[in-house]
Design a protein around this ligand. Sequence first.
Ligand code: PRP
Ligand code: URA
Length: 209
Amino acid sequence: MGKVFVLDHPLIQHKLTHIRDKNTGTKEFRELVDEVAMLMAFEITRDLPLMDVETETPVTTAITKELVGKKIGLVPILRAGLGMVEGMRKLIPAAKVGHVGLYRDPQTLKPVEYYVKLPSDISERELIVMDPMLATGGSANDAIQALKKRGAKNIKLMCLVAAPEGVEVIKEEHPDVDIYLGAIDERLDEHGYIVPGLGDAGDRLFGTK
Ligand code: PRP
Ligand code: URA
């Protein structure tokens, strides 16, 4: 069964509160999502393998640590996942970026896929799927399926806010996928919005309505 990590670092929780606040405008919302993504990157990369290297400091020669050079791929779910890409890339600049375009039909709440473009070597990469919201779980479920269909073997999911329903869907459908979250909220409302949540992540990020 996949593990679920709620990242309770005070900086993440503080910034999340301001992201949730309805009075936070588009510019600040975008900046905060970027910052939280960077802080989450810190946690999600905790298990990256290290190797010993010999380093000459100004004082002596020492055995120090360097990343083994594991290949990472970032996969934002369009649109709102785009807001998390740059924050992650600040810490993992060599990561390649693939895109999965999905929107949730407002009537059925089912995701509709409209775009997939991925690095050619996804089967060799550790992929981090990013979306601020994990609500019914339909979009993340479909995005992960789209990646697996194309050969992905190693996938993590990273979201700012989740509903318990969405977490259960991913645990059931993708027991190999670990989930990294800023918070698990109470529930979904009748329109499939997370309560208390933060509203429509795409609209708040891009200023649409
Ligand atoms: C939002 C969000 C997720 C999805 C979550 O996207 O960014 O992708 O809803 O809901 P789910 O877990 O019930 O599938 P939306 O469909 O609003 O598209 P957008 O990013 O283009 O605005
Ligand atoms: N998508 C959003 O943007 N927000 C929600 O609360 C649920 C789905």
